[in-house]
Unconditional design. Structure first.
Length: 95
């Protein structure tokens, strides 16, 4: 599904804000009450969205390498990216 240009730019800005977060701040998302429990997350459902997010912001790879696998599994990393804000959640649902 193609995301319309307006919402896509908003989602892109949300992704850019995630990639500029310090690793420690990013990891705190896991303790937020809105965090999807790991057992309810299926990374294979969002793999294409993860690839699209990296295309939107190459700096996201830097955060990925800082977290995976030392601090999180790849699946958990993308779970946190996908739920970090309603805007990135939109990107993940539509990509």
């Amino acid at each position: 599904m193609e995301i319309p240009e307006g919402p896509r730019l908003v989602a892109r800005n949300a992704i850019l804000s995630i990639s500029s977060m310090p690793t420690a701040d990013f990891l705190t998302i896991a303790s937020e009450p809105y965090c999807i429990p790991a057992e309810e997350w299926n990374f294979s459902d969002y793999h294409a969205a993860a690839a699209a997010a990296v295309q939107e912001d190459g700096k996201l790879n830097k955060l990925t390498y800082a977290c995976v696998p030392r601090k999180l599994s790849e699946s958990d990393f993308w779970r946190l990216v996908g739920i970090s804000s309603p805007l990135t959640a939109l990107h993940f649902r539509c990509a």
